[in-house]
Design a protein around this ligand. Sequence first.
Ligand code: C5P
Length: 315
Amino acid sequence: MTEAWRPDDDRPRGSLGPVRVKAPAKINLHLGVGPVRPDGFHELNTVYHAISIHDELTARRGDTLTLTMEGEGAGQLALDDSNLVIRAARALAGHAGVPAHARLHLRKRIPLAAGLAGGSADAAAALVACDALWGTGLSRDELAAIAATLGSDVPFLVHGGTALGTGRGEVVSPVLARPTTWHWVVAVADGGLSTPQVYAELDRLRGTATAPTPRGSADALLAALRQRDPRVLAEALGNDLQPAAVSLRPELAEVLKAGRAEGALAGIVSGSGPTCVFLAADGEDAERLAAGLTAAGVCRAAHPAHGPVPGARTS
Ligand code: C5P
């Protein structure tokens, strides 16, 4: 349990026991990519959506800052100061003026470099977990401000739900719609794609005669969400990075085709890929679709999921 700390307390500040935080993967229901900015980032107009595939971070008291990891992609990620989890813990400690002492353990289920923002989810989890462990008591907005220094998607993963992202993606405002659960199938590919390479490929495609038209504002998607009908939402889903991801990994076109053949209402590449996500009419339909995609053998794994779900939270 996290104990609220007050200046007149002589109790130790923060939590003595382990703090467990679950952080969700994200998909982009709409990803409008604008021009490159002077800082090298692209101006975005995106609708983020947090889904029910989670990583779990456990934070324990320690004398130094350490990170261990199990699950998806363990052994493929450096666990040193280059890791986003360690950078998040250090950023929070620096902001709050506390020593960055914790033993962090990550159980990964979100695949790496998949377009599902797994690394950003882990950074959001580290901020929430260390805030509770150290009793630094920051608000979600304060944590999101630190998150923005770590990566474009990290502030959204502190908040979760469904939200509009602008700027380079770090300016997040919640989408206030009547609660609706959407059902998805997440088709995970073998191997990852590098986000900077996918953006660079989009820039290259935009310089060619067959440049894809930018989709711009998210208004149509936001209007579709308000109708609460998956068939209407299916028509509005779209991702400007999709042609770039498919150009780098042509087999993704087969995955998208297979999803439609199995009865998905729509399919898009998730973020910078290579994961593809499919919209299903309901939970049962998602189970059927996931089984069909698995049997078709076009992806490494296909998981049913739903959204929206909350951002990084203690569990
Ligand atoms: O912010 P984040 O670390 O997730 O960005 C990773 C890379 O993706 C950036 O270095 C940049 O190449 C690309 N990117 C971009 N425009 C954005 C977000 C990311 O070009 N809005």
